[in-house]
Design a binder for this molecule. Structure first.
Ligand code: XIL
Length: 328
C-alpha cells in the first residue's frame, strides 16, 4: 500500500536488495518486485537443465524474459548457476554410446555451456555463481563427490572460473554454498578459495546462501564467516536468504501459521541479520531473498514435503511483517 516504503530505496546507501523469481512469481508479483527489489535471480530458469536440456539445444526464453523485466525496471541481475551437481542433465556426463564422458569432452561441454550462457548475457549480469555447492558436508571429506569432480578432477573448479572470466571479464565471479557459516564447513570453503586465490584463479566473491532458521546459525558464526572470506579479498553476497520459521529438527506438520513464539524469534533474527549486514556494507555487495513474499517459498517442500513455511519479511498478501519494519 501507499504508506509502505520501498525496501531497496531504504537500503540504497548499503547494498542492492534482491529476490529470486520463477516464471510464475515474475508475473503474479511484479508490482511487489518492482517496488521492493533492485536485483533479481532466477530460481531455476538459468540452471543447466533448463538452459541446455539437450546438447547444443539452448532454451533461453524464460531467462530472457526475466532479464528483460530487470532491465525495464532498472534492476541488476545475478546469474545462478553454471557448474553444480544438481539440476544438470545426464547427457552432460554421458557419451553418445552410453559410456561415461571423457575428461576432455566434459571440459569442452563445460566451456561450451559457460561461453554460450555467459556470452549471451555479457555485460547484463553483475555477478555469477560460477560453481555452486562443491564442498562436502561430511567431516572426513573435502570436495563433494560429483560427476564433475570424478570425471575432471579437483581442477574442475579453477577451469570453470577461468572459462567464466574469459567470457565476461567484467562479471564478479562467485563460489556459492550453504551451511556457509558452520565453522567446519567454513574452513573448507576458506581453504578452497585460498588455494584459488594463491593460484591467481579469477574469483571475486563468496556467496552465503543463508538458508537459515529461527535459531541457527548464530550471529557470531555468520560474522566469523564474513570476516574469514573477506580476509582473502573476497566480496560477500547473501544469495538465497530465507529464515525458516521452524528449527531444522522441528518436523511438525500441523501448524497453519507460525506460533507467536516462532514469529517473535523470526522478527528478532531478521533484525540482527540486517544489523550485521549493514555493519559490513563495504564488503557485502548484495542481499538476495530466495523468494519474494510468504505466498511462495521452496521451503514449502523442503525439508518436509507439503509443509507451509513463512520465511520472508513480506506476508502472504505481500504486506510488511513486523520484521520488515525492524529491518528498515
Ligand atoms: C532450489 C529451488 O528453489 C527449487 O525450486 C528447486 O526445486 C531446487 O532448487 N541451493 C541452491 C538453489 O543453490 O539453486 C536451490 O534452489 C536451493 C538450495
Amino acid at each position: 500500500s501507499m504508506n509502505v516504503p520501498s525496501l531497496h530505496s531504504i537500503y540504497k546507501d548499503y547494498f542492492p536488495i534482491g529476490a529470486a523469481v520463477n516464471s510464475t512469481t515474475l508475473h503474479s508479483d511484479k508490482d511487489l518486485l518492482a517496488k521492493h527489489f533492485n536485483s533479481l535471480t532466477a530460481e531455476n530458469e538459468m540452471k543447466f537443465e533448463n538452459l541446455q536440456p539437450k546438447e547444443n539445444e539452448f532454451t533461453f526464453d524464460k531467462a530472457d524474459e526475466m532479464l528483460n523485466f530487470a532491465s525495464d525496471n532498472n534492476m541488476k541481475f545475478r546469474g545462478h548457476t553454471l557448474v553444480w551437481h544438481n539440476q544438470t542433465p545426464e547427457w552432460v556426463f554421458t557419451e553418445n554410446d552410453g559410456s561415461t564422458v571423457t575428461r576432455e569432452n566434459l571440459l569442452n561441454r563445460m566451456e561450451n555451456h559457460i561461453s554460450t550462457v555467459m556470452g549471451r548475457y555479457k555485460g547484463r549480469i553483475y555477478s555469477w555463481d560460477v560453481v555452486n555447492e562443491a564442498i562436502s558436508d561430511e567431516s572426513s571429506e573435502f570436495l563433494r563427490k560429483s560427476n564433475w569432480l570424478e570425471i575432471i578432477g579437483e581442477d574442475f573448479i579453477s577451469k570453470a572460473f577461468e572459462m567464466a572470466h574469459k567470457t565476461d571479464p567484467a562479471a564478479a565471479l562467485f563460489y556459492n554454498d550453504y551451511n556457509e557459516s558452520n565453522p567446519e564447513k567454513r574452513e573448507k570453503i576458506y581453504r578452497l578459495v585460498k588455494s584459488l586465490v594463491e593460484r591467481e584463479v579469477p574469483i571475486h566473491g563468496v556467496g552465503l546462501q543463508a538458508h537459515w532458521n529461527v535459531s541457527q546459525p548464530s550471529i557470531d558464526h555468520i560474522r566469523e564467516a564474513i570476516e574469514r572470506y573477506a580476509s582473502l579479498g573476497m566480496q560477500i553476497q547473501i544469495t538465497e536468504m530465507d529464515v525458516s520459521a521452524f528449527d531444522w529438527d522441528d518436523r511438525r506438520t500441523d501448524l497453519t501459521k507460525p506460533t507467536e513464539k516462532m514469529a517473535e524469534m523470526q522478527t528478532r533474527r531478521f533484525e540482527e541479520f540486517f544489523q550485521l549486514f549493514r555493519e559490513y556494507k563495504e564488503i557485502i555487495t548484495s542481499v538476495t531473498f530466495w523468494g519474494i513474499s510468504d505466498s511462495y517459498t521452496w521451503l514449502n517442500d523442503f525439508p518436509v514435503k507439503g509443509r507451509k513455511n513463512w520465511p520472508f519479511v513480506l506476508d502472504e498478501k505481500g504486506e510488511p511483517k513486523e520484521s520488515f519494519w525492524k529491518i528498515i
